[in-house]
Design a protein around this ligand. Structure first.
Ligand SMILES: [Zn+2]
Ligand SMILES: [Zn+2]
Length: 177
């Protein structure tokens, strides 16, 4: 089992490096202040091409989020393949016309520094990219009552009933009488 996510470029053999991580969660720096992860598995396939490093990988993780509406913790499963092209930092951005084709939008180009690849950062970024824009425990989550704060998924409160009725409600009553 691979437990070290830092890879020395000098250690990558001609035929490439294949790494399997069975539990990565503790190796990945905080994904986000409000996000916890567990049961994170990952794979990296690393090839050297001159000074460039090509990485294809895969990550799978259980992510715990806090619902935007009711504030309860819930979890989702994220899983994605990914591709990176890493270039030495010294070369990065220096040449606007790289000698290789970067037409594929699926490939992210990044730099590496000090001859070291930080695998954990790649996994972290990929997990972040998989998170939903809005964290909802369920599409139909009713959230917390803005009046009394109860979880409207669990309890009905009296606040709505005390709300003043709109003009249309009044009209509807007139019609009936
Ligand atoms: Zn919710
Ligand atoms: Zn209420």
């Amino acid at each position: 089992m691979q437990t070290e996510t830092r890879i020395q470029v000098a250690d990558i053999p001609e035929e490439g490096l294949f790494l399997n991580f069975t539990e990565l969660s503790h190796l990945i720096p905080e994904v986000d202040e409000f996000v916890e992860i567990e049961k994170t598995q990952g794979r990296l396939e690393i090839h050297k091409s001159g000074r460039d490093i090509e990485i294809s990988g895969h990550v799978k993780s259980r992510v715990f989020l806090c619902c935007d509406r009711c504030l309860k913790s819930f979890s989702i499963q994220v899983e994605t393949p990914f591709f990176y092209l890493l270039q030495p930092k010294a070369d990065f951005g220096a040449d606007l016309e790289p000698d290789h084709q970067l037409s594929n939008d699926e490939i992210d180009v990044y730099w590496y520094e000090d001859g070291e690849i930080k695998g954990e950062e790649l996994f972290r970024e990929q997990i972040l990219l998989q998170l939903p824009m809005r964290a909802l425990c369920s599409e139909t989550c009713k959230g917390l009552c803005p009046g009394c704060g109860v979880d409207l998924n669990e309890t009905a409160c009296q606040c709505a009933k005390e709300e003043p009725q709109g003009p249309f409600a009044v009209l509807a009553q007139l019609k009936v009488s």
